[in-house]
Write a protein that binds this ligand. Structure first.
Ligand SMILES: [Zn+2]
Length: 409
């Protein structure tokens, strides 16, 4: 896909349709809502705001991907059925070889894709130009004046992975972190007593579908019959977040699920069974849900598919994400890196993340709650020129100069 920030803006302005206006009542993903600019600027920027949402959501909902490549073909589905007859270790190696052999798409780039960041920057520059301004105010992206955000998540794929949870949780706690653990709800026996104990220590649990059998997103009929079961089981165990098993996903389907937040999307991940990426280093709205894309390469990708040492890629990406004020959201599996040298690499990552200056260490549920809260705040410039945040619940929000943000420079 060719989509430079400048050409995207001009293409999008022409493409604004009644659809955009029909969406006016829900939480938005337009550039004005991303930056949270003063409400006094809204009217003058209205056409720019509408077109920006159209463009941003092409990235965020991955609608730039061709549907043909995105959905599983009939042959792929048939192949999946046949594969079930192959012993698991052989099947896993076959899958890995298939993904390695795949031609890497040019877009989004991996491990860093800046197209959407450039779009947010360019949109702001053009908007300030239209308003005849050099600078202005906005509501900071993170609460309490933090400049970036760190979220640790894990998917637990097997009972042997489950048995390693506590050890990794202890390690994270030593560095001052708490993390989230996503569990496939019918794949193996879950010890809910351990879940209770870890929750008491501040850790969080989410639903990772029912199992990794590929059925949930296989067809609309499968989704319609299985999603309510996932939702019911998740509600019974107080699980408020969701991540699709093996991350097949469809923004319009996931948006209908009864969860507070989702984390099935990446910013860029060409190595998943369904390659793609939202290009976003920030949360965004997926209808009523908050989407928290994972932004650090998965351990499985680096270790099993690429045979690379994970730490250098993680450190580079984490530093880059922090430098643009974004959200570092890790996705690791105790199954793959729960012990030995790889656990040591994870500890090195924790040490590095713990030293990031002004980083907000948060659980997925906290980030989702904050993003929802921030989306409802309004910035207003009072008569004396003072910026004020309106709406209750704004205690943690801070007003910042645009020129202080790395994406606005
Ligand atoms: Zn999984």
């Amino acid at each position: 896909m060719e989509m430079s920030a400048g050409s995207a803006i001009s293409a999008g302005i022409g493409a604004v349709s009644a659809d955009c206006r029909a969406l006016a009542t829900r939480a938005r993903n337009d550039a004005f809502s991303f930056w949270k600019l003063p409400e006094q600027w809204r009217d003058a920027l209205e056409p720019m705001i509408l077109s920006s949402e159209f463009i941003a959501e092409r990235f965020l909902f991955e609608s730039y991907l061709s549907r043909q490549g995105y959905r599983q073909s009939r042959q792929t589905r048939a192949c999946h059925k046949l594969k079930r007859l192959i012993p698991f270790p052989v099947r896993r190696r076959l899958n890995e070889a298939t993904i390695r052999a795949r031609v890497k798409p040019e877009f989004p780039h991996w491990p860093c894709e800046s197209a959407l960041l450039e779009f947010w920057s360019e949109w702001l520059r053009l908007s300030l130009g239209m308003l005849g301004r050099d600078d202005g105010w906005h509501i900071g992206f993170w609460p309490d004046g933090h400049q970036c955000c760190v979220v640790l998540t894990h998917d637990v794929e097997s009972s042997s992975g489950f048995a390693r949870i506590e050890r990794i949780a202890d390690l994270e706690e030593r560095y001052g972190f708490r993390s989230a653990w996503n569990l496939p709800l019918t794949q193996y026996r879950i010890d809910w007593n351990l879940v209770t104990r870890l929750r008491a220590r501040g850790f969080e649990f989410g639903a990772h579908g029912l199992s990794h059998d590929g059925r949930l997103f296989r067809s609309a009929r499968d989704f319609a019959s299985l999603a309510p079961i996932v939702e019911r089981m998740a509600a019974a165990h107080g699980l408020r977040g969701f991540r699709a098993p093996s991350t097949p996903r469809d923004a319009s389907w996931i948006a209908t699920m009864a969860f507070d937040f989702d984390s099935s999307f990446s910013d860029t991940d060409p190595y998943e069974p369904w390659p793609g990426g939202t290009c976003s280093l920030f949360p965004f709205m997926l209808s009523r849900m908050v989407e928290l894309p994972y932004t650090l390469a998965q351990d499985h990708t680096l270790i099993r598919l690429l045979h690379r040492s994970p730490l250098p890629v993680w450190v580079m990406k984490a530093n880059w994400t922090a430098s643009v004020g974004g959200m570092i959201l890790t996705l690791t599996h105790p199954d793959y890196m729960g012990d030995g040298r790889l656990l040591g690499a994870y500890e090195d990552l924790l040490r590095m993340l713990a030293e990031l200056p002004s980083a907000w260490r948060a659980l997925p549920s906290e980030v989702a709650e904050w993003w929802r809260e921030r989306s409802e705040l309004q910035l207003s410039i009072e008569n004396g020129g003072q910026p004020v945040i309106r709406r209750p619940g704004s205690r943690r929000a801070t007003v910042r100069r645009l020129s202080e943000h790395p994406l606005a420079r």
